[in-house]
Design a protein around this ligand. Sequence first.
Ligand SMILES: [Zn+2]
Length: 324
Amino acid sequence: MQEKLYAAVDLGGTKIYAVLAENSGRILSSIRYDTLVDEGPEAILGQIAVSVRELLSQAGARTNRLSAVGVCLAGFFDWQRRLLIHSPNIPGLDQIRVEERLSRKLFVPVLAENDANAAAIGEARRGAASGSQDVLYITVSTGIGAGLVLGGQIYRGSRGFAGEVGHMVVKSGGILCGCGRYGCLETVASGTAIARAANEALQNGTATLLRELAREQGGRVNAATVFSAARAGDKLAQEIVSEAVYYLGIALVNLVNMLNPEVVVIGGGVSAAGDELFVPLEKAIRNYAILPAAASVTLKQATLGVEAGVKGMLCLLTEAESIR
Ligand SMILES: [Zn+2]
């Protein structure tokens, strides 16, 4: 008998990334589409269904070998009611029963999960924290997301909204966040926040290497440019990086004190900064977290990159009792 197949789909605000894999996790085919972000839920769900059929055809596999499909959702997924409440980056994806609607299109069970939770499972089972039971995964890119794996399982909270680390309030009197509140971690430490601080300083006429780099990039800089200018010794860039790292450090110290994780994995575009980010964060944990928790935690860079979500979802699919 041929092995069962699983499809995992990462539905993001810009791209849909989907893979088809065997029970063992071996990936047979993969596909990437631009999300039809402005065309509403029916078009997006249709796109996911098409991508799954395309994966099967690419792999030369018959439809009846498909056992289940998993979807990683960038948004608030009510885990108890199986309802996607809201997706900040995809307008119109509100109050949607993704599992039920996709299952009707694909004729197999569908499992949905918040994307950061799926990525956390990916890193905890197959990536930087393989073998660890208590893992805090934080992704720092345009926004800041997180997933908690506690005792080897996703910790979702009562309804599925646990792990909103990006909206931990860390700066009193801080600026307005996309969530409608003020001073969230995301407003001071995300890639967007780092770029915004640099671009504001450029407007003020501060002398900096960033001005030259901005000219080369059409007048604006991104977070990666700020990190490379900081590495090259630019004072302004170093100040911006250290402000962002300071607030990330506060969040990490509090999370380490509260959760006593074995591993903290940091992923997302900003984590590519490497030592510039990891060395000061390690120092913050060592200096400010309670001693026994600080001594037993390891900070690691994520290893699965954009595959973290789908790889985690494949683990969840093969582990789900409702699907086996
Ligand atoms: Zn917020």
